[in-house]
Design a protein around this ligand. Sequence first.
Ligand code: NOJ
Length: 564
Amino acid sequence: MPRSFHDAQWWRGAAIYELYVRSFADASGDGTGDLAGVRARLPYLAELGIDAIWFSPWYPSPLADAGYDVADFRDIAPAFGTLAEADALIEEAHALGIRIIIDMVPNHCSDTHPWFQAALAAEPGSHERERFWFRPGRGADGSLPPNNWGSMFGGSAWTRVRNPDGSPGEWYLHLFASQQPDFNWSSNEVRKEFEDILRFWFDRGADGIRIDSAALLTKDPRLPDFGAASATAGVPTVAPGTTRAHPFIDRDDVHDIYRSWRAIAAEYGGRVLIGEIWLPDADRLARYVSPGELHTVFNFPYLSCAWDAAKLRAVIDDTLALNEPAGAPATWVLSNHDVDRHVSRYGRADTSFGLDRRDHSQPADLVLGTRRARAAALLTMALPGSVYVYQGEELGLWEVEDIPDDRREDPIWYRTSGKDPGRDGCRVPLPWSGTEPPFGFSPPGATAQPWLPQPPAWRDLTVAAESGSPSSMLTLYQHALRIRRELLGDGTMTWLPSEADVLAFEREDGIRCVANLSLIPARLPEGFGILLVSGPLTADGELPPDTVAWLRPRDPAGVLRKGR
Ligand code: NOJ
């Protein structure tokens, strides 16, 4: 069990593995991953060297948005298993020294959630409707939406309901798909419900929660029109050219919610609250980690940044500056279930990323992308703070861009009529073994194909193919996570002078990271030995382009010094 397991602040330097159950491992043979599959693979995760698993939503859900449309916040999707299995899984993970983080989705629920069904059956103005945002439409016959807000997934953020007698009725707000009605957080009932849900999972042993869409919960109750008719994650917090607060992003009163959640987490101890917040304004983002609020926030500027030394350095500095005043650890993430996998991103001409510009028309050089992904893994894991690994990145999986249209599931694809390819390509089931699909994702004799098709070329990227191979991504991750747990993680860093387009910094005990993002080999400093390197050095012992090395000082006898 890792040393940090008994530390109440374990999360400060943790390596957290994002696990999307549906695509991880299928024990039942129905083509969908499940908890039994996860339990069977816990030793794999322990061997990988992670400290915690963050489970993307595992609740009952009609899967209108891959589980982020939750029908019951206190149960497990029947396709995944049972609550008893989740309890067993938490216990088994803890025994292996792995913490469990649950995905909390407080902005909205599924339209099949009992509260929303009760709201549909109730009258306008009823307390059942007050838990959501129901409003009459505009125009003489109420046929126009109550305001001009757009859904994050495209189209309007409003859907009209029918009255019990079949006539057209009120409209309800959904910042995402129409099957995801937004909760009204001015309702005390909503607040109390989520506090109870938090306790429900903390009582079952969850070590933390990842808070979905954490900046969106509270709305301006007047529901005014706002700027352009559509909302995207890049929308500023105030209307351009004015000081007017945004009606639904990052409103000041959202912080009350997190102060109360922090108090609950503090009653339990050792629990972490992690905010999923895409905000362009670093000062506003920093407010979420102010004392008495969230412990950490995701670092999307880092994920979105181009593979460019100066830009990465600026993002790293901004990240540290943002977290430093609050004493919060930085977080570092390269990929997740919402973005193109970074092997593909780094293989394109434009290596930056934006939620509003997933560009699959740009060809991806996967050899180059893989080389950079190896380098990026070492750069990322050397930075001070906690780090996220999205399932499959440890295998070097790429974005699957050729999923047939009729197999796609992401509402973004449907709501934009295919203009935005959506997120299915990063959610394809993992390859475990064998030479053809389902690559051990499902057991022999499975009754169904994996829910999304796997590329036949993943035969070289299965866990079995990569295990024990000195040059595989999996081996690199295993080594890096081991060394990181021992020597890196939480702490500080100091930039060192370096050649152009080379990033060099020192961590505790003189450990150095040198990242060569230039087009020519870079010299490594004298008096250091290699701890780990993302690719072979040149014949002259220099660091090739798109390669990162971790170095440790030698003592006068030339022996690598011991660390912490
Ligand atoms: C952010 C999640 O990461 C994403 O997958 C989801 O679609 C939206 N929030 C809505 O819940």
